[in-house]
Design a protein around this ligand. Structure first.
Ligand code: ATP
Ligand code: MG
Length: 299
């Protein structure tokens, strides 16, 4: 039994697509770290929250084993390892706690460009190369198709050209890699983005408190990520024509300046505050429009 920990430990990707955005997101929750020389472990300074820098594939297992409490990982990796556990009758040990809004991609079935795609039934008896055997097998079963799953740990998209497989099941974002290998995506099996993963079981009291604190901050950051604070002035008389231009705003704060007719307003807008919107507000009588980013919010 490992000794009880009184610090929270979060696993993130050491290098790769999710490494920098994961660290930036946690930093925006007020965490900072003193980096160790080998960059495997980062000791938390502002809060007792440490980072473990690992391969993304290791993150679900680290959570399952209790080595880490939380992790930032692609939903694709989490779901693959979850489906693998389920297929082997092992209990669920990790789950998605929050979706984080970056690292979006999808797990897609791709076939040679020359194929006339008629549907999954066409895959019967074919060989499909993938690094996601559990998700692919589950999808094939759902489609009622018997095909051979060829497990490759990398470079899945060249398998058809090498004669190793007839089709592939791989992560796609722009589709450029597929196109470069004369493949075309024909079905989406799974939509993915980066997620905060945590255990299914509850954390102990100390780490549970830390995790709850972090989640409250994270929710504030995620909610405010696209929000702006809009400050402006306007004569009271034009207010009725301004408010319809702010449908995504919380009820604005209205302050009186220079007597009863001149108002200063502040509105928290959750949608995009574009130049076009500012120009519309100005035409409707607003002046001194100022747009401010929102760094955090505690509800
Ligand atoms: P590691 O060395 O940590 O194992 P990796 O090569 O497995 O790294 P990356 O290529 O950095 O992983 O991708 C990490 C995650 O980024 C993927 O699991 C996926 O969730 C997401 N992602 C977003 N777009 C893409 C894409 N075009 N190709 C692959 N992954 C993508
Ligand atoms: Mg990996």
């Amino acid at each position: 039994v490992p000794p009880a920990r009184d610090r929270l430990r979060i696993a993130i990707q050491k290098s790769g697509r999710l490494a920098d955005p994961a660290r930036a997101l946690l930093a925006s929750c007020g965490l900072s770290w003193r980096e160790s020389r080998d960059r495997l472990f980062c000791y938390g300074e502002t809060l007792p929250v440490d980072l473990l820098l690992v391969r993304d594939d290791d993150i679900p297992g680290l959570i399952a084993d209790g080595v880490c409490d939380l992790g930032v990982v692609g939903r694709n990796v989490l779901a693959e390892q979850g489906a693998d556990r389920a297929a082997n009758d092992r209990p669920a040990a990790f789950r998605e706690w929050r979706s984080l809004g970056f690292g979006s991609c999808r797990l897609a079935l791709a076939v040679p460009e020359g194929w006339a795609w008629q549907g999954p039934a066409q895959l019967a008896g074919m060989r499909i190369a993938t690094s996601y055997p559990a998700l692919l097998s589950r999808w094939l079963a759902e489609q009622g198709v018997a095909a051979e799953v060829v497990l490759l740990s990398g470079s899945v998209e060249i398998a058809p050209r090498l004669g190793q497989a007839d089709a592939v099941c791989d992560i796609v974002s722009s589709g450029a890699t597929l196109a470069a290998n004369q493949l075309k995506p024909v079905a989406t099996m799974f939509e993915s983005e980066a997620v905060l993963a945590g255990p299914v079981a509850e954390l102990d009291a100390v780490r549970g408190e830390l995790a709850a604190l972090l989640l409250r901050r994270l929710d504030g950051v995620l909610r405010m990520r696209h929000s702006k604070l809009l400050l402006f002035q306007a004569p009271r008389a034009v207010l009725p024509s301004l408010l319809p231009l702010l449908p995504d705003a919380e009820a604005p704060t209205v302050m009186q300046v220079d007597g009863a007719d001149e108002l200063a307003l502040q509105a928290l807008c959750h949608g995009a505050v574009t130049w076009q919107r500012l120009e519309e507000l100005k035409r409707a009588g607003a002046r001194g429009l100022m747009v401010l980013p929102v760094e955090g919010m505690l509800a």
